[in-house]
Design a protein around this ligand. Sequence first.
Ligand code: ADP
Length: 783
Amino acid sequence: MGNARMNHTKVGGQYPFLKKGGEMGELIRAKNWANTLVGPIDDWPQSLKTALSILLHSKFPKFLFWGPDLICFYNDAFRPSLGKDGKHPAMLGEKGEDYWGEIWHIIKPLIDQVLTDGEATWSEDQLIPIYRNGAIENVYWTFSYSPISDETNTVAGVWVTCIETTQNILSKQKLEDSKDQLHFAVEAAKLGTWDYQPQTNVFRANKRLQQWFNLPGPDVDPNIAYQMVDEPDRDRVRKAIEWSMQYESGGEYDITYKIIRLDSDEKRTIRAIGRSWFNENKEVYRFNGILQDVTDQVLAEKENKLLSTIVAQSNEFIGMASPDNYVKYLNPAAMKMLGWDDYKNRKIEECVYPEDLPKAKKLIKKLLKQDYFSQEMRFLNEKTGEPFWLQWNGISIRDEKTNKISGLATTSPNIEEHKHAEAQLREAFSKVEESEKRFRKVADHAPVLIMMTDDEGKIRFVNKLWIDFIGTSLKQYLGSDTLKNMHPEDEDAYNFICTPAFARKEEYRVEYRVRRFDGNYRWISEIGVPRFTEDGHFEGYINAAMDIHDIKMQEHQKDLFIGMASHELKTPVTSIKGYTQVLKARYEESEDELLKNSLEIIDKQIRVLTSLISDLLDLSKMKTGGLELNMEIFDLNELIKNIVQEITLINPEFEIKFSEGKGKNVFADRERIGQVLINLLNNAVKYSPRSRRIEIESAFTAKKVKVNVRDYGIGINKENQKKIFNRFFREEGKDETTFPGFGIGLYITSDIIKKHNGTIGVNSTKGEGSDFYFTLPLQQPKT
Ligand code: ADP
């Protein structure tokens, strides 16, 4: 130790190669080299000292392996690479192998190479992990190993000139990493990128952008890209770019426009975000950025907008709430219905009319288990304090992934009006019920038999008089089709009239016999009137009937009498008629005018009397069903001509014009059809006090013949036109009383035509004349 100290002082002034050798120079000087493999400094060869002088004075990191033991020397510049608690300073003057154990297998071959070949090596950015700072660290080096010769010109050591490039490499790696990340982001977001250098006018685009804009390569003239912008947007894009490249804009560039993408059928919407970069002269030197295809986004946004417009415009109550019942949205209609100004921090329960709240709460709770409910519910208008009715539809919205309820929603129509209408309907119903009660009361006291049926013909009401009349309880009839007490013989006649009337929902009249409480059958006359609701819906019939039994019996007596009387009258009248003819023939040449006139008048009156008697006879025959037809084929036109001639002979003052139709033969009772024609023509004459014109016409079609008898006489009132075919009907009025008659001619006429399966009718205007017609089917007899 004393030796060392002595050496030290000695060394201080002696070793100029260590002078200004920095910290390492001091350490070398201070170290006791006597016990080391290289021995005391004084014994060191000059070549080592020279090498150390260069090493210590270099600002470049240097290391030296000296001698066969590869003793370590290094300078201050190298020190930082050894870190804090590591090899420094113990390594100085020690065997390389002892201190570089962790990398010896890497560097030993290099050292050997230099020692044996005498040639330098070069390694760049090589990873050589070393122990420093208390751990093995990844350290990158760029280094060269070169030989150092001694005085004998043999290689005695290896120079290591090195720079630690760890920082460089790491920042390079970081740069690569961030480049990778950027690339990843650009790819993941499917972005197009561009970079434009105004000086060179080169527009650089990434692959995607090249594809979108159909560019021939990465570097193009910007105009090529510009051409792919949709024409209507082009000008706008150009202006935006120009503005961005002006210093005043701050370089901002953000624009959405359409491009024509060749790989897509439709135009695509693109959003471009970028910026321009300016140098200190405020000149733009770069303009770059990204492009994103936002077509789907724009469409979705549009759809979204549309949807929200619909929701906002809807007059339904639309709203959304959080799973804990806080209102998150209400459309304007809902706000108006509720009379709310704001829905923040308010709960669903506050919408509900207090009376309905317990029910509402249950429903909301249910929604957590089931996904839907629909219930009529009263909500509250806060401003008026009035309730309003909603068809409250609740929906729970679930998260697609977790299936947990993420919200509650409602779209509920306001059914206030509907409810109102319902109430009105109920009221109307009770009114109807009321009026029905009143009707039954009146009906029960009416002196007519009243019955009501429903639209299926089932008896729904029978008044008290009916019940009394039949003598059984009401219950027996309610719901049944008809009264069970009808005379079996009248059923066919009843159905003949009523079935078609029911089918057409028309009014009908019918006479039939009903067994009374005392077991006697009584004739009743019934009228049935269909009932309709205000909107025309068929509801059934109301029937009113009267006991006409006594009248019917009297009529029967009368018929019997007429039959008998006319029969008894026929013989004497025929004989009077015969004698009158004889007298007329005898005194035709006489000059006694009074006698001749008297005979003429008697003859005329006898004719009237005969026709009257024959009418009466027909009438009673009809009553007893004795009016039978003798069918034959005959020429109808011929018959008409004969009858016209006959009538003209008796009424020479009338001009009867016959328009003969094409065709002639009919199959009918010649006599009876003659009677019909005479009847119609006689009436035409009788009821034409002033006019002298009568027209008769026949018209044949394939199926029937139609005969019209037209006069220009007094005409018939509209309401009587149907009735004149009834028995004993005569129009009453000043005119009619002046015309003699009983009102049975048309009755018989129509009966004859009906028996022929023909039709009969009249068109007439009061005061202008009448047009009677009948038709006969042109049916050929079966041979
Ligand atoms: P009457 O014997 O009364 O003529 P009808 O049965 O022939 O009996 O006619 C019935 C009623 O029809 C007549 O009373 C008359 O009021 C009316 N009538 C018939 N034919 C005509 C006609 N051509 N013009 C006007 N009224 C007529």
